[in-house]
Design a protein around this ligand. Structure first.
Ligand SMILES: Cc1cc2nc3c(=O)[nH]c(=O)nc-3n(C[C@H](O)[C@H](O)[C@H](O)COP(=O)(O)OP(=O)(O)OC[C@H]3O[C@@H](n4cnc5c(N)ncnc54)[C@H](O)[C@@H]3O)c2cc1C
Length: 546
């Protein structure tokens, strides 16, 4: 006997859970099917070494939308986010360091360049005004480019006009800057503001996170912008830590969705989307169980949904060809390490917990270093001088490690999603993990000896474990041709694919990757609009607006 629901969500990543919570709150009968034994997708916490727990993939929070936090009552379901005491700590090439955040940035930057220190306020104000535009757009459905009658086109035109009006509120210099941020490179943008390497490197890192590109690749400035539209507990642009790790966010989301009546099933991988008379009507799990629903909503990378779960003959050939060309592969290598003691940095000695131990510690002193790491990875698969960001969340959260001991997240950028010459990541993952540890050790010579255990996630591991194609942390590159109305395909930027009844709610839709909850929120709104149209007078309950 098939299980019947109003809405069937494939995948319990954070976006699937957000979508489930909103749909259930609107009075729909919602079922969620998750392939893994645990909900949360790339936002989960695991014990990776006896007594040591950490976020496995995503590791730091900022982008999670405040409206979603509020409406899903995530604090009421156990979520607590704390701020770092220092934003970033960057050892420099000449043996010094730069610290940012916590009211110290201006003095710190002045040690390298008085001119740069003088630029900081204007830079922050300018970027923040532009980020405000993004903040307003994240919870909106992008105008969809439609072929057909004016009746279909008119609402989209109005949507486009409203986006246009928002941008028109910016003065001309800001509009020019917005264009620059969408089209140029993070490197060029930062060079136009600053002279000294350390502050450029701190900001430039945001332009290459999850973006397999040089900081001088056009389009990388947008990735920088994508990383600054968040906030922590009302502080714009800040990054923080969820007590209990990123899994605490998705556990709170699951509790919120379940409290509203959603039925969430784990160990339930979907094998196929059921299609009848050209309409998606449900899904079949690998165990052969059938689930039927009025709306089927996928939390998966669009490549997985359209190339693995559907008969290719059911899709328009042009759409399918575009999904085949959907660019994935962000070139990230993720590790967790259990530590007997804190790293003792050459440039800022001390093993007792200090503010810099709570920071995002960036080992990549210049934009040129980052560019070289990218070129090396293109040629050889990784760089002998890799980019590592390290976070030690146990300095803010005693639930993760035994007293006096610590866990660190290493987020390493610029390894090739696919290695040259058909080499497998399985053959090289341990050697690359050693290199990452040596890279930290060169800055903090007690680090290697302090490692008690480690967890390694190569791009291939990320794909196998989480279904992140090519290890892509965003479900698809954040490039201009894959953003907004074109995410994932122009004409389908409104969470609806070409098959009626089949929707998308994952990071492969607007506004893209990161633990934002926005795609799940927006997709729920579109599903509700369609279901209400199909069944006038149905209950609407609490509606995700925006
Ligand atoms: C290493 C790494 C570091 C990151 N760091 C950060 C960070 O610090 N901060 C931040 O904000 N973002 C970060 N990100 C990005 C962020 O984690 C992701 O963009 C986001 O979690 C994706 O959420 P999602 O719900 O769209 O998809 P996912 O989390 O990918 O969820 C999709 C779900 O679908 C399930 N699934 C797949 N196939 C099937 C199937 N056939 N049947 C049923 N279920 C299926 C998967 O198991 C998964 O649970 C990071 C990502 C990675 C990988």
């Amino acid at each position: 006997m098939p299980v019947n629901s109003d809405a069937l969500i494939i995948g319990a990543g954070h976006n699937g859970l957000v979508c489930a919570a909103y749909l259930a709150a609107a009075g729909l009968k919602v079922t969620v099917l998750e392939r893994r034994a645990v909900v949360g997708g790339a936002a989960v916490t695991e014990e990776f070494h006896p007594g040591f727990r950490n976020s496995v993939a995503a590791y730091t929070v900022s982008l999670l939308n405040p409206k979603i936090i509020r409406e899903l009552d995530l604090p009421g379901h156990g979520l607590r986010v704390v701020e770092r005491r220092m934003a970033n700590f960057l050892p420099t090439a000449d043996g010094r360091y730069l610290c940012t955040g916590g009211g110290r940035t201006r003095d710190e930057v002045a040690r390298f360049s008085a001119a740069d220190a003088g630029q900081l306020d204007a830079y922050a104000a300018r970027l923040d005004r532009i980020a405000d535009v993004l903040r307003e757009l994240v919870l909106r459905t992008p105008p969809n480019v439609v072929a057909g009658s004016w009746r279909q086109g008119l609402p989209e035109l109005l949507r486009a006009a409203s986006v246009g009006r928002r941008i028109a509120r910016l003065d001309m210099p800001l509009r020019r800057e917005l264009l620059q941020l969408f089209a140029s490179s993070a490197g060029e943008y930062l060079d136009s503001w600053f002279q000294s390497d350390p502050i450029k490197a701190v900001h430039g890192f945001d332009g290459i996170v999850g973006n397999y590109a040089s900081p001088y690749t056009p389009g990388s400035a947008y990735v920088l912008l994508h990383h600054v539209f968040g906030e922590v507990n009302g502080r714009k642009g800040a990054w923080g830590h969820a007590i209990g790790g990123m899994g605490a966010i998705t556990q709170a989301m699951a509790r919120s969705a379940a409290a509203r009546g959603a039925d969430i099933r784990v160990d339930a991988p979907v094998r196929e989307v059921l299609v009848e008379r050209g309409r998606a009507v449900g899904a079949v799990t690998c165990a052969g169980e059938q689930f039927r629903a009025r709306a089927v909503i996928s939390n998966l990378n669009p490549k997985l949904l359209y190339l693995k779960l559907l008969d290719p003959g059911l899709l328009p050939p042009d759409f399918r060809a575009r999904i085949e060309r959907w660019r994935c592969g962000s070139g990230t290598f993720r590790m967790n390490v259990a530590l007997s003691e804190l790293p003792d940095f050459r440039c800022l000695p001390g093993k007792s917990p200090a503010d810099h131990h709570t920071a995002g510690i960036i080992i990549a002193p210049t934009l040129a270093y980052m560019e070289r790491a990218y070129f090396d990875a293109r040629l050889h698969g990784w760089s002998a001088q890799p980019i590592v960001e390290m976070l030690i969340p146990s300095t803010l959260d005693s639930t993760l490690a035994p007293p006096g001991q610590h866990v660190a997240s290493l987020f390493c950028q610029h390894v090739a999603p696919q290695l040259p010459d058909g080499e497998s990541w399985d053959r090289h993952r341990d050697a690359v993990a050693d290199l990452m540890i040596d890279t930290v050790n060169a800055q903090a010579p007690n680090f290697k000896a302090a490692v008690l255990g480690r967890q390694i996630m190569s791009p291939l591991d990320l794909e196998r474990t989480f279904g992140l194609v090519g290890g892509d942390i965003f479900h698809g590159a954040l490039s201009l041709d894959q953003l907004f109305s074109a995410r994932p395909v122009l004409g389908h930027g409104n969470y609806r694919g070409p098959l009626p009844g089949l929707y998308m709610c994952g990071s492969g839709t607007h506004p893209g990757g990161g633990v934002t909850g926005a795609p799940g929120h927006n997709a729920a709104r579109e599903v509700l609009i369609d279901l209400r149209r199909r069944r006038p007078g149905s209950r609407s309950g609490s509606w995700p607006s925006g």
